[in-house]
Design a protein around this ligand. Structure first.
Ligand code: FAD
Length: 491
């Protein structure tokens, strides 16, 4: 495809971008482009794909001008946020234009009486919550990466949240979203500040998990919540992951409203307690019989928190669960998960990110099959001779048991053979999740890694999905190669 026409080292379309946007918003030097060639996914240096040019837009109009030029020349466009994605979603594998949305991070409106916020897509979740805090409000749909993860990415990836068991995922908060389509048109999708509608089709929902393949998200309006007065985090040991699930089910039947719940396998806890090891020079002591460590969060007024906690602990005792009494272990997990009282990512990541990368798959499976799937995880990792980091089941559906799994390994990204084995593991796990009556993806979206299994999961509906993409992105230039194969054809 003759898309990049170099004239004395400068692309024609780059000149046009400079003309339309101004020099300061167009970055084309090697050192400026290189950092956009990879995210946090395990990949060797051969798999780093710097874009041809990077745009740092200030507003929706800048994005629309950029995409119109891309549309005219059929140049791939990839939008990205903090680049903390774990499966390469924002990596411009077909090069072209990269839109760095972090330069659009303005908070546009905090509407306190109606409990909504409007922000530009590049605002991080922390920036959004900083703007809400003085009003006693927060956006509770928070991944661990909230310091860096942008709201545009959270919508685009359909992230997991630490507080999913009460507030669900971002779909529960998203009221309206502005996008620039693949032909450069600006569209507002949604129902303004209202929580629901039965009018029209819910096109805004299509953006959740779209990973930039339908258009670039430029602004969003979100429903926010009052900050709870009190919070108590506990950790309970169970003999198996299945028993932890039964325990949570029993709490729901009793009428308790849990703010967050995370079922860690024993190996995974080790990953979360780096601070503990640093402080005491040893691993936290967990009994040999432990099959699962449930981290559970209660929040609300103090009396309610105390009541719910005590009621839950009574049920735990009946089910032979054991409360983790050493608060330092619980605190270590909580710091690592949410409060991050350390320079961002220094606590648990050095182990995994300097020498080896955190390589995870994110399947979803039905609630009764967690134990069985854990076996598949361990066996698949062993089959490819990969070092297990552990499994975590995040409870992500409000007031019910709906998992999103993180099945993680340590991957040496300097070793091509190990990265290849990890990719095989990734494929096997994606297929296994579908075979388990589940889904291959719950918080990373599809990226290019799941393209081979897209039809396996979606069957005939994959064709309808492609037609939807064609409406939003007629030339197939938006984050090409993600979800669907990209043949580089100009329509
Ligand atoms: C330490 C750490 C902890 C993490 N914890 C969690 C967690 O708890 N839960 C969880 O779900 N994930 C977690 N992640 C994974 C990752 O942070 C999230 O997936 C997050 O959404 C990525 O945000 P980002 O801004 O870095 O996105 P990027 O990696 O930059 O992009 C992610 C995807 O969004 C698309 N995108 C970005 N901006 C736009 C836009 N404006 N318009 C259209 N598409 C866009 C990109 O094309 C890409 O497909 C974690 C990662 C790290 C490194």
């Amino acid at each position: 495809m003759d898309r990049v026409k170099f004239q004395g080292g400068i692309c024609v379309f780059i000149d046009e971008l400079r003309e339309q946007l101004g020099d300061d918003k167009v970055l084309s030097e090697d050192f400026e482009r290189y950092v956009y060639g990879a995210d946090w996914s395990p990949r060797t240096k051969e798999e780093i794909f710097p874009p041809d040019v990077v745009i740092v837009p200030k507003n929706t109009e800048d994005v629309a001008k950029t995409v119109k030029i891309a549309y005219e020349h059929a140049i791939p466009v990839t939008a990205g946020g903090g680049l903390t994605g774990m499966a390469g979603g924002a990596v411009p594998i077909h090069k072209g234009i990269y839109i760095d949305s972090t330069s659009m991070n303005q908070i546009i409106d905090v509407d306190v009486p109606n409990q909504t916020i409007r922000a530009q897509a590049g605002a991080t979740l922390q920036e959004i919550n900083d703007a809400l805090e003085e009003h006693g409000l927060w956006l509770p749909n928070l991944p661990e990466s909230k310091w860096i993860c942008t709201i545009g990415s959270e919508i685009a990836c359909d992230n997991d949240s630490t507080f999913g068991m009460r507030y669900g995922k971002i779909l529960n908060a998203l009221l309206s979203v502005q996008i620039v389509t693949g032909s450069g048109e600006i569209l507002e999708l949604g129902h303004r500040k209202c929580h629901f509608t039965s009018s029209g089709y819910k096109l805004k929902d299509l953006l959740v998990g779209s990973e930039g393949t339908l258009g670039v998200i430029t602004e969003a309006t979100l429903k926010v919540e009052p900050i709870p007065r009190e919070r108590r985090v506990e950790m309970i040991i169970f003999s198996s992951m299945g028993t932890a699930v039964k325990f949570l089910d029993r709490l729901l039947k009793a009428g308790l409203t849990i703010e967050g719940a995370h079922i860690n396998c024993k190996r995974r806890l080790k990953f979360y307690t780096h601070a503990y090891r640093k402080k005491y020079g040893k691993d936290p002591e967990i009994p040999d019989w432990a099959g699962a460590l449930l981290a559970i969060i209660f929040a609300g007024d103090k009396e309610v928190v105390d009541f719910e906690r005590n009621y839950a602990l009574g049920i735990a005792e009946e089910m032979k669960g054991e409360l983790v009494k050493e608060r330092e272990i619980v605190k270590g997990w909580w710091i690592s998960k949410h409060t991050l009282e350390f320079p961002p990512f220094k606590q648990k990541w050095p182990d995994s990110q300097r020498e080896k990368k955190f390589g995870a798959v994110d399947p979803g499976i039905p609630m009764g099959r967690l134990e069985e799937f854990y076996d598949v995880f361990v066996k698949t990792a062993e089959k490819y001779n990969l070092q297990i980091l552990g499994m975590n089941a995040y409870l992500e559906h409000p007031n019910s048991i709906g998992f999103s799994l993180s099945c993680a390994l340590f991957v040496d990204y300097h070793d091509q053979d190990e990265v290849n084995r990890y990719l095989k593991y990734f494929e096997d796990m994606a297929k296994a999740a579908v075979d388990f009556e589940g889904t291959m993806s719950t918080y990373m979206s599809d990226t290019n890694l799941k393209v081979p299994y897209f039809e396996y999961e979606h069957g005939e509906s994959a064709k309808y999905m492609k037609k939807v993409k064609d409406i939003f992105d007629p030339k197939g230039i938006m984050n090409p190669g993600k979800k669907f194969e990209y043949k580089g054809d100009v329509k």
